[in-house]
Design a protein around this ligand. Sequence first.
Ligand SMILES: [Zn+2]
Length: 287
Amino acid sequence: MKRIRTKHGAPASFSAWLKDNKEELGRKTEDEKVTGKHLWNFFRNSGDVADLRKVLVSDQGFICCYCGRRIENDSNTVIEHLHPKSKYKSLALHFYNLLASCQGGSKATVHLVQEGENLIGIAAKYGVDVGHLELVYVSIDELDYFQNKYDLENLSVGERLVIFPRSTGQEQHCDTRKGNAEISIMPTDDDCEEKFSYDLFDGKIKITEENAQTVKTLGLNANKYLNRLRKKSVEESSYLKQKLIEDFGHAKEEFNEKRLRLIKGYSEITDENPRLSPFCFVITYGL
Ligand SMILES: [Zn+2]
């Protein structure tokens, strides 16, 4: 779990929508029959969800708020309520209660194949076996279907999509797994990253008394693809640490300087580096 810091606050379109609908929202909030879900759907049906999602995804460096896998501002990503809207109606439309989460394997995931990509590379990117991937060429007859189903407005005939299937219930994670539950460690907590450590052997989070509820509620150890991706990051971290020792182990000050620079590079979202590496907190943990 990566500590999330909101950089820009709510997007102008979201603030404007709240202002334009202030009276209606006031009425709905006071009405006991209106739930947090109703309030959220009111925004979803009439506000700019994609713009809000764009800001959340960008503030998180394009990684899921819980598991840390890559997310984009597309239909594979959902807006998550940190404090569930079913229990905290007043937080249903509170910007600081909103995060961007992967859909936790609840739907088939779609990847638009880019120039130079191959199936093996795409499978590695998602931690999936090649055999699980379905390659689709978009024909003129199916263009509308794929555009609507996967929210790919700019999709063209002749492009290729790779689709991999949804996970079974037991393997689902993040927003989907969490449902209306609450978690004891939140990505907005200053010290959240310190509460997780990782197993080199299987990539799983090491369970402690403190993190057990959060790991279980979010299904963070439940999905084999997720564990596989995390394991790769643990291995990358070990490699980087080893290299650091080989190159600078003889000079303590230089070693520390290079180590801190490496950690900074993996942790910070900047204008030059707006996208964090997936599972960057696993890599920095090992350094
Ligand atoms: Zn996730």
